[in-house]
Design a protein around this ligand. Structure first.
Ligand SMILES: [Zn+2]
Length: 288
């Protein structure tokens, strides 16, 4: 890349894979890197820095946006993603700002994805709820282009609401969040892999019916609490199974929502890469 060129970096650090992309000031992709997220913290940070250097290819980095699993401390810029046990209280913002001499913005991945949907995907229907179905389950709420934030900036954990278990287990399914039978414990990619021992793509239609009904209960709860105009589904599992899931979920909402309007339900315009493009949105300055 020629000297003097500027790039914006988006990095999505997931429980299983990390994606890093360099974009121009309009959000157009220039170059990307992808690698399995290492379990070890030092290796993970090393590979992240190397990937940023590779995609920047010598260009000046204007800003870095990072999306990562919660919880994060936005004030201190530290991250402690639930599913990466070695990443605890990591001062990621400081590390990247010192290494690359540019501003770094970090958000919980689903918050970033919701911002990306609104600002880069032009899905501007408020209130907008974003729900990800990936290694984990999470979500975010956007009101007129601004993220809804809880007390002290806390990120609401839509994936950890308790829902009826359509798998019919005799025992409750425990989750690290402290509850049992939450959405994440039942239908996250991790939970499905543990339960069925195969990739989600190999599951039969009858199982997808149950997964869709469980997700439908969760979206019904969200709809009844927030009366959103649209619910966007993102994440690798939602993207791979959208044709199976969306009709079941929509039917479930129509059955169970008598008091509030049934929200439109659609797949993220960025498919399985919603949180990556959310990170790009952060780098471009949205959501600050
Ligand atoms: Zn949970």
């Amino acid at each position: 890349m020629a000297g003097g060129v500027e790039v914006f970096i988006g990095a999505d650090i997931g429980g299983t894979k990390t994606l890093v992309v360099a974009c121009d000031e309009t959000g157009r992709e220039v170059q990307r890197q992808r690698f399995p997220t290492p379990t070890a913290l030092s290796e993970g940070l090393q590979q992240l820095v190397a990937a940023i250097e590779t995609v920047a290819a010598g260009a000046h980095i204007r800003a870095i946006g990072v999306s990562i699993g919660g919880p994060i401390d936005r004030r201190r810029g530290t991250v402690s993603p639930l599913h990466q046990p070695q990443w605890r209280d990591v001062p990621l913002r400081l590390l990247l700002e010192e290494r690359f001499r540019c501003p770094c913005h970090i958000e919980v991945d689903t918050d970033a994805a919701a911002l990306g949907e609104w600002h880069l995907g032009n899905v501007r229907e408020s209130p907008l709820v974003y729900v990800t179905l990936s290694t984990g389950v999470g979500g975010a709420l956007v009101l007129d282009g601004q993220l809804y934030r809880g007390a002290s900036g806390a990120h609401p954990e839509l994936g950890h609401q308790i829902v009826p278990n359509e798998f019919g287990d005799s025992e409750p399914v425990r989750c690290a969040c402290g509850a049992s039978n939450c959405l994440e414990s039942l239908i996250s990619g991790r939970a499905l892999q543990q339960r069925f021992g195969c990739s989600p793509a190999e599951l039969p239609a009858e199982t997808w019916e149950r997964i869709g009904r469980i997700l439908g209960h969760g979206l019904r709860n969200i709809a009844v609490l927030y009366a959103p105009r649209r619910i966007v589904l993102g994440g690798s599992i939602a993207a791979a199974a959208a044709e199976r899931l969306v009709p079941i979920v929509v039917a479930s909402l129509h059955e169970q929502l008598m008091l509030v309007p049934v929200p439109a339900v659609s797949l993220s315009v960025f498919g399985a890469e919603a949180s990556l493009w959310g990170a790009v949105a952060l780098a471009l300055g949205y959501g600050q």
